[in-house]
Design a protein around this ligand. Structure first.
Ligand code: HEM
Length: 359
């Protein structure tokens, strides 16, 4: 009964009540359990994706190994909520302040394709001028904090071993073999992919989720950004292939777009696992709570130079303060994968890997 009362208080009063000591302390702390095969699968994935990128972009500019198509990079403000309780004042949320940011909106598919095809969309946020030592050993003094999101509450694959199998099947056999291999079928994952891939009409009007967990001080959280503009463009435009960019251009010509940045605390280690990215953390058990506002002011974002800048940016959840360290199997694999593949495409394109300092 006490448990349900606390959830009710949490629901109606948001972060401050939700973060009270009684509720947080009665649950298990963060649990991470790496497996001995992770490094092997991570390296295999890096090798497979490099091979695919070399083939796909043999005589042209090398794009990302995932999310190669962007709709644009927009300038944004990340405004930390005033009056957050102490439990929420962690890392970039410590002080009441506004960060300049870039946000790259993308399609998830491994190849550049029409926006009308079902897909999972991505949003990658890069906060600028973030003080404090970061996690990546070779980027300790960089000033950025990244948050990466997908248009789906979960990642359809639970761990790096299965993701390696999926990519291997896609490149060397067939995408479908991963799901229907009679000796090792993955019908649950097929259903999860089916549910996740959709058509979307406006990247500024999609709810996005981190899908994987992150440290939040000493607790674990997942993130979500929820669109809050009430003036969303829903018109149909002519050029279907790049309709999402066109909708964004249209939207941001005169109007701003906004999102609420939310955190969801892990309140039950068994129901809200750290190591399986394909399990949704039930919002009715632990509701998301607002900790910041994202404001995207009206702007033109599609000049040639800005599109080129967008192409050459690198996002990774490991561009992070230690307080927001990525957690779990898939996130651990992403540390080396994003670093290696970003370095690879910049090397192939003969371009330096630079971090932006200004909007
Ligand atoms: C083992 C699983 C995963 C692999 C192998 C993988 C691989 C990649 C790679 C290679 C890139 C391009 C990196 C670059 O060249 O800069 C990328 C980008 C991206 N990934 Fe993942 N990823 C995985 C899981 C995830 C998850 C769980 C999310 C959930 C948020 C995610 C969201 C994104 C987004 C939004 C981008 C685009 C970033 C940008 O705009 O530059 N990925 N991923």
């Amino acid at each position: 009964m006490i448990y349900f009362t606390l959830i009710f208080i949490n629901l109606i009063t948001g972060c401050s009540a939700a973060m009270n000591d009684t509720q947080l302390n009665q649950f298990e702390p963060v649990q991470e359990q790496s497996t001995p095969d992770e490094k092997y699968h991570t390296q295999q994935l890096i090798d497979l994706l490099k091979e695919k990128m070399e083939k796909d972009y043999a005589n042209t500019l090398m794009k990302r190994g995932a999310h190669p198509k962007h709709h644009g990079c927009v300038k944004a403000e990340f405004i930390v909520e005033p009056d957050l309780p102490d439990k929420c004042r962690i890392g970039v949320f410590k002080n009441e302040q506004t960060f300049d940011a870039w946000i790259r909106f993308s399609n998830g598919a491994g190849a550049v394709q029409s926006d009308m095809k079902n897909d999972i969309r991505g949003a990658a946020i890069k906060l600028l001028n973030v003080d404090g030592k970061k996690i990546l050993e070779d980027e300790l003094h960089e000033k950025t904090q990244d948050f990466l999101f997908l248009s789906n509450p979960i990642f359809p694959i639970r761990n790096v071993a299965d993701f390696h199998k999926l990519v291997d099947c896609t490149i060397n056999h067939s995408f479908l073999w991963f799901f229907f291999n009679p000796f090792d079928s993955h019908l649950r994952e097929l259903k999860l992919f089916w549910q996740a891939a959709k058509t979307h009409v406006n990247p500024l009007d999609i709810r996005y989720w981190s899908t994987t967990p992150y440290l939040f001080g000493t607790k674990a959280v997942k993130y979500s950004i929820i669109p809050t503009s009430d003036n969303m463009t829903q018109i149909s435009l002519d050029s279907e292939d790049n309709i999402l960019r066109e909708i964004m251009q249209h939207q941001l010509k005169e109007q701003e777009a906004t999102f609420d940045f939310m955190v969801q605390f892990q309140t039950d280690a068994r129901q809200m696992p750290i190591e399986d990215a394909s399990v949704e953390w039930d919002e009715s058990v632990s509701p998301f709570q607002k900790v910041a506002t994202i404001k995207i002011p009206p702007q033109q974002f599609d000049s040639d130079s800005q599109m080129e800048f967008c192409e050459n940016l690198s996002f990774t959840p490991w561009h992070s303060l230690p307080e927001h360290r990525p957690l779990g199997n898939i996130n651990r694999a992403r540390k080396e994968i994003y670093r290696e593949l970003s370095k690879f495409r910049h090397l192939k394109n003969n371009l330096p890997r630079k971090k932006p300092v200004n909007k």
